[in-house]
Design a protein around this ligand. Structure first.
Ligand code: MN
Length: 318
């Protein structure tokens, strides 16, 4: 009796191309793109950010940003105006209420630790987080340039929120899909005041934000508005609780999710050099500075680009 085993079987279809950052490696014609790890991040060369980018090159830079979530350009000696012009390709520059501004530029921020200063990072920033999730429209991305960096250490590490979410069991995905998070930045200044002076964060002295703008509810799972791909959007910084959950229950679940983001196979790590420019996605990628340096100065300047109001699995797609 003939069975299917008698017939020659077609070989199973092979996926085309290499999988990196969870999806097939895109093709690039105008720029050189070297993935940093299998999880996220790419170094881009063949681009001078001091010059306006032609349409095809710009489209490839944006494709690399969306795919790898963090893109790195080396040796970009930009003026402030060139930095802002490059940032504007990603969207509208925004101010932040808490981050210190860069000199007189209220639409830029600086990250600075002097050589004599201790590593005084508050614990919630020692974990992977996204920036300013307490705002109604948290940043889409950060465009950061290194002015002065330690010889060794002071890297920034990233963890791919899509891959963390995709690794969850179906039961936990379903639970998270229905959850929302209360994020609040209302007590940033009051908390800082209570710390001894040498432990305080360097915060912006004044800002034009209203109190009601500093607390918002966002989905625990964030959905890309164009692709529908889902990523973990519950992280420690400014986290208060899940809606309908008390703090103890909320932190038990959040700590589990945090522990997953620490897996090295979701991560990449970028070493800064003077004039390195990094653009990282603040919607679908988590980040953290690595404070493994002492007695050396670290000074970076950045712009912040406004994002959409986060969409959840149950939000109406635009
Ligand atoms: Mn941060």
């Amino acid at each position: 009796m003939a069975t299917t085993l008698d017939k020659p079987q077609a070989a199973p279809a092979q996926p085309e191309g290499t999988i990196v950052a969870g999806l097939p490696m895109p093709r690039f014609e105008r720029i050189q793109v070297e993935p940093i790890s299998g999880a996220c991040g790419a170094e881009i060369s063949g681009v001078d950010l001091r010059q306006p980018l032609d349409d095809e090159t710009l489209a490839e830079v944006m494709k690399a940003f969306e795919h790898f979530l963090v893109i790195v350009f080396r040796d970009q000696d930009l003026t402030v105006d060139q930095h802002k012009a490059f940032s504007d390709l990603f969207g509208e520059r925004m101010e932040l209420p808490q981050a210190p501004t860069y000199g007189e530029h209220s639409d830029m921020q600086e990250v600075r630790r002097e050589a004599h200063e201790p590593s005084n990072v508050v614990p919630s920033f020692e974990y992977f987080h996204t920036d300013s999730p307490f705002l109604a429209q948290p940043p889409k991305c950060i465009v950061m340039r290194a002015l002065e960096v330690p010889r060794y250490g002071g890297d920034t590490a990233f963890s791919n929120g899509y891959l963390v979410y995709e690794s969850l069991s179906d039961g936990l995905k379903t639970l998270l899909d229905g959850l929302e998070v209360v994020y609040s930045g209302k007590d940033i200044w009051a908390r800082n005041e209570k710390l001894p002076p040498e432990k305080r964060l360097r915060l912006r002295e004044s800002h034009g934000f209203g109190e009601h703008e500093l607390e918002n509810v966002h989905p625990a799972v964030r959905v890309h508005p164009a692709t529908g791909r889902k990523a973990l959007y519950a992280t420690t910084a400014y986290f208060r609780h899940f809606v309908g959950w008390n703090e103890a229950d909320s932190w038990a679940l959040l700590n589990h999710l945090q522990s997953l983001a620490q897996y090295l196979h979701f991560q990449c790590r970028v070493k800064w050099k003077k004039d390195t420019v990094i653009v990282w996605d603040n919607r679908f990628l988590l980040h953290r500075g690595v404070h493994d340096f002492t007695m050396e100065r670290r000074h970076l300047c950045r712009t912040t680009v406004r994002g959409e109001r986060p969409l959840g699995p149950n939000s109406a797609r635009v």
